[in-house]
Design a protein around this ligand. Structure first.
Ligand code: HEM
Length: 320
């Protein structure tokens, strides 16, 4: 029997329609790149093993967070919709991890290098993408666009500021990745504790100097990872941040206070580049037992959007 937690978020007809609109809006803005993901199009996969610390056993029955090591697939990516975009030109980076559970089944955790998302609801995501598209078509000038974004989408402020302050990473292995959404950890009595996850690089965070930026190739992050993994693994600690009573669990545009208790859930050892497995979809609502989804509307929406993107890309011939 698979250990997947009661499937993905349920997909209603209206979710599916809105997902089609979201993917359509992204395609209108950025074009279609046949065979590629509609976001985070450029990426590289690696094999990894997760060594749990065992410290989470009091909070969750999730099999990947007990004693036993579990294997995982990692996909690092640039956030652009264009697979040919140079690594330096897509500011945020992604790290998606798919754990293979001991009893069968999978559980996903998907992170990016900014701590919060720019849209609070799927509807505002679609509105924002359409607004940027209008601006691109010349219907809105740059100043109008900024005014529009500030007056209608003030929820984006923290995320846009975080993106603005990002510096080009020296390596995919030296970024701090935030899984953004709150989840619940569920213990053996059924008690739920809100939690957010972060991947913290053992080597520390390293970015490029201005001089180094000018020396990088279009795909320097992939090349660096290839060379690095031939010598030693890239290692990340998985940190769980425990939420308290008033911490919002349904709003991905808000972070929690800095003083929240953290638990080290274990370390991920990434050892070897692999070809992307066929049909890999890093749906963040596919989670193990011992975890549960919160009511974050963006988290739940991602399930239908990712399947819409997968549906389109899997029917296309990949352009080289
Ligand atoms: C309305 C909200 C969002 C939309 C519409 C959206 C859209 C997409 C789409 C269409 C894909 C490609 C899926 C595929 O073909 O497999 C994708 C991938 C991705 N997204 Fe999102 N996304 C959203 C929110 C987020 C958030 C909050 C995060 C932050 C953790 C995130 C991080 C990523 C990453 C890292 C990938 C690459 C996954 C992989 O390597 O397979 N996305 N997104």
């Amino acid at each position: 029997m698979s250990d997947i937690h009661s499937g993905t978020a349920s997909q209603s007809e209206s979710d599916r329609t809105l997902s089609e609109e979201a993917v359509h809006a992204i395609e209108n803005l950025s074009g279609v790149h046949p065979g590629y993901r509609r976001a985070h199009a450029k990426g590289i996969c690696a094999h990894a093993v997760f060594h749990p610390s065992g410290l989470a056993a009091a909070f969750t029955t999730a099999p990947q967070f007990q004693e036993q090591e579990v294997s995982a697939i990692v996909r690092f990516s640039g956030s652009s919709t264009d697979p040919a975009m140079a690594d330096l030109l897509s500011p945020a980076k992604g790290m998606a991890v798919q754990f293979s559970l001991p009893g069968g089944g999978i559980s996903n955790l998907v992170g990016v290098t900014v701590p919060v998302f720019f849209a609070r609801t799927p509807e505002s995501f679609v509105d924002m993408i359409r607004t940027v598209h209008q601006a691109q078509e010349g219907d809105l000038g740059p100043i109008d666009l900024i005014q529009e974004m500030i007056s209608h989408f003030s929820e984006s402020k923290e995320s846009l500021m975080a993106v603005k302050h990002l510096k080009p990473p020296a390596s995919y292995a030296t970024c701090h990745y935030y899984c953004i959404h709150a989840y619940f950890l569920v213990d053996s009595q059924g008690n739920k504790r809100p939690v957010k996850f972060e991947w913290i690089p053992d080597e520390g965070i390293h970015t490029l100097s201005l001089k180094e930026v000018s020396q990088q190739t279009e795909r320097y992050l992939e090349d660096e990872l290839q060379i690095r993994l031939q010598r030693y693994p890239a290692v990340f600690q998985l940190s769980a941040i425990l939420g308290e009573e008033d911490d919002p669990t349904d709003d991905p545009t808000q972070s929690w206070p800095d003083d929240r208790q953290r638990i080290n859930l274990g370390r991920l050892y990434i050892s070897e580049i692999i070809q992307e497995p066929q049909d890999l979809v890093m749906d963040p609502t596919v989670i193990s037992s011992g975890m549960a989804l919160t009511d974050d509307p963006i988290l739940r929406f991602r399930s239908t959007v990712y399947s819409e993107s997968y549906h389109r890309r899997s029917q296309e011939t990949k352009s080289p």
